[in-house]
Ligand binder design. Structure first.
Ligand code: UDP
Ligand code: MG
Length: 326
């Protein structure tokens, strides 16, 4: 019997995490697997951690949890979960039940057929029209620029075999863009579609601006091809400038000196200034990444796990026992 680990990043999910846990275990009990669920509390400010403690005491041996000292982001939470997971196969799932647990059986079947990555792709049915149009355009652009293939509708919901998990864990980078990393490691991947479900409770942590930032990360994380734009643009503009000079000289020689347009001049200065700023920002992005990588900071800090309870709890029992002694 194989061992299956389910990794669940949770950030302020007190409304749904118990609901998730119950439904998940119902499904897991019907499958022919030995299982564990690894919850990672990503520095929630609500009662999520308390709920996780309860779940862990209710199902000892089948539950792990780790709680971060603050919010480090979903990428860090997934990494922590993957490090903790001991299974032969690992599934990454959201806590909000947008990833239906019922699909696990199908994923396991595909895993048993020898696939190392079983990817669930959500259909965009029920999404807001402009949102899905925007994402589609984005993915088309990204795939033109980036070496790895990033599919529309594919998120972090997937099953990974042990070799695939180990491959992911061997990538030490600080700036983690999982969608790209999953694709970068390769292995035998298979994709199937599922219908997108609405959140069961709580609310999404994505604002539009964070989506845009995430999008930029995707463009910049995988190679330095965007820097090439700067080179190309520079060459094209230099060429145009040279042509313009030739034209002005020829004009002056054939028709006498003419005074050039003021508006044209301003437009060129401002336009070029904008292009230069953009390119400088782009270079800055790469330097920023180098800066973060060279610090070699850990991806996350853990303050509590199912094995080492919170200091406050330990303190309380210690105090209680010293009181008894007196
Ligand atoms: N999440 C997390 N850390 C964060 C933000 C989100 O661990 O900083 C978790 C969240 O608890 C959920 C999953 O990542 O389990 C997906 O988040 P969400 O549902 O907000 O994203 P959406 O489904 O809207 O893309
Ligand atoms: Mg969600």
């Amino acid at each position: 019997m194989i061992k299956l680990s389910v990794v669940v990043p949770c950030f302020n999910e007190e409304d749904v995490v118990e609901f998730f846990d119950a439904r998940m275990r119902q499904v897991l009990d019907t499958l022919q697997v030995d299982y564990e669920i690894c919850y990672v509390d990503d520095g929630s400010s609500d009662g999520t951690l308390g709920k996780l403690r309860e779940i862990a005491t209710r199902h000892p041996g089948h539950t792990q949890y780790a709680s971060f000292s603050r919010n480090f982001g979903k990428e860090a939470a997934m990494l922590a979960g993957l490090r903790k997971a001991a299974g032969d196969a690992v599934v990454i799932m959201d806590a909000d039940l947008q990833h239906p647990p019922e699909l696990l059986g199908r994923m396991l079947d595909l895993y048993h057929q020898g696939h190392d990555q079983v990817i669930a792709r959500r259909t965009r049915e029920g999404d807001k029209k402009i949102r899905s149009a925007l994402s589609r355009t984005y993915y088309r652009a990204v795939n033109r620029w980036v070496d790895v293939e990033i599919m529309d509708g594919v998120g972090d919901f997937r099953l990974l075999s042990r070799p695939a998990v180990d491959a992911l864990l061997s990538l030490p980078e600080y700036n983690r863009f999982s969608k790209g990393l999953f694709s970068w490691i390769g292995f035998d991947a298979v994709t199937f579609d599922y219908k997108n479900a609405a959140r069961e409770g709580g609310e999404t942590k994505w604002k539009f601006s964070s989506l845009v930032n995430y999008g930029m990360d995707g463009l910049i994380s995988f190679n330095n091809r965007p820097l090439r734009i700067a080179l190309w643009l520079g060459m094209v503009l230099t060429g145009l400038a040279a042509l313009y000079v030739v034209w002005v000289v020829v004009n002056a020689l054939t028709q006498g000196v003419t005074s050039p347009g003021y508006v044209t001049l301003v437009a060129i200065i401002v336009g070029l200034g904008g292009v230069q700023m953009m390119m400088l920002g782009l270079i800055g992005e790469y330097i920023g990444r180098i800066y973060y990588e060279t610090k070699r900071r850990p991806h996350f800090l853990v303050k509590e796990t199912h094995r080492s309870p919170a200091r406050s709890a330990v303190e309380r029992t210690r105090l209680a026992s010293t009181e008894r002694e007196h």
